[in-house]
Design a protein around this ligand. Structure first.
Ligand code: PMP
Length: 299
């Protein structure tokens, strides 16, 4: 098992900074029993100038708020207050390159009723910079992403991640690095915890919003494409299209950053990763998170 904290680790809990080893939750929490909580996955980086910077902090904390509102979780927090608290937790743990996990959860409640109270924890642990030279073997999953009429798919709610866990474990048990899930209509959706893009003739394609989590990294990739004049289109497509056409493909997410594919269902991507615009995007993203200027080689 991974270790996320030790005797000295501090987390933020309901306005206070407390030892992780002493923090408690209520075992009767509605969140624990029914997967009814919302969370975020955020990263902080040590910038080129040596500062600690939370990447896209506003976007992440605003999404946390929207996630809570989407599923009626009481949310009395302000984005500014949570950002300040996060910087303070990082400082108290002496971390610059870190993963940040805010979690908003419910009080004791064994029924399905709405609550008038919430709890919030912000946990941080060290996460070094990703090297990005490894390519992954992807498997199209027999599991589909949840029906968007059964879930608020745009909310980052804990219960949704049972789907992610079963799909990811299944792919790994079959010898692959990660799963690629379709939506309920048979179109490519996303990975268990990341969005996807594929590249053909220098142009990028990514599934449209609607059946996926609207990733902040996905939005950053689209932003980079616009800045570098790389064509990018949001539309629906199938795994067959990817297998037939993809010169390259990648997953992107806060934790994964931009990670290239070696293959999909053992069918290799057509181009060498180093000869793709996807690689340029990967380099641009790596530079952006540490506030380093980026000039692509093809420019
Ligand atoms: N899809 C899912 C299901 C995820 O869990 C994540 C990670 N939050 C993403 C996509 C990527 O989102 P982001 O770029 O905001 O981390």
């Amino acid at each position: 098992m991974a270790t996320y904290y030790n005797e000295n680790t501090i987390l933020y809990l309901n306005g206070e900074f407390v030892k992780a080893s002493e923090a408690k939750i209520d075992l009767y929490s509605q969140s624990l029993h029914y997967g009814y909580a919302v969370f975020e996955g955020i990263r902080a980086y040590k910038t080129l100038a040596g500062e600690t910077k939370i990447f896209k902090e506003l976007e992440h904390f605003e999404r946390l708020k929207r996630s809570a509102e989407a599923i009626n979780i009481y949310y009395p927090y302000s984005t500014g207050e949570l950002i300040d608290a996060t910087y303070e937790v990082l400082k108290r743990n002496n971390l610059q390159n870190a993963y940040i996990r805010p979690l908003v959860f419910a009080p004791a409640n064994m029924s399905f009723t709405q609550n008038t109270e919430s709890f919030i924890a912000i946990e941080v642990w060290e996460m070094g910079r990703f090297l990005g030279d490894k390519l992954i073997k992807v498997m199209s999953s027999p599991f589909e992403r949840p029906n968007p009429k059964a879930f608020k798919i745009e909310a980052k709610a804990t219960g949704h991640y049972v789907n992610s866990i079963v799909a990811s474990q299944d792919a790994k048990a079959k010898g692959y690095d990660e799963a690629l899930l379709n939506d309920i209509n048979g179109f490519v959706a996303e990975a268990p915890g990341a969005n996807m893009f594929y590249e053909k003739d220098g142009k990028l394609f990514t599934p449209s919003l609607g059946n996926i989590l609207p990733g902040i990294t996905r939005a950053t990739v689209i932003e980079i494409c616009h800045e570098l004049d790389i064509a990018v289109e949001e539309r629906l497509f199938t795994t067959e299209e990817v297998k037939e056409h993809a010169d390259a493909a990648f997953f992107c997410g806060t934790a994964a950053e931009v990670i290239g594919w070696e293959s999909l269902d053992d069918i290799k991507m057509k181009k060498d990763w180093n000869d793709t615009v996807s690689k340029v995007i990967q380099d641009a993203y790596k530079a952006r998170v540490i506030e380093k200027e980026f000039k692509p080689e093809f420019a």
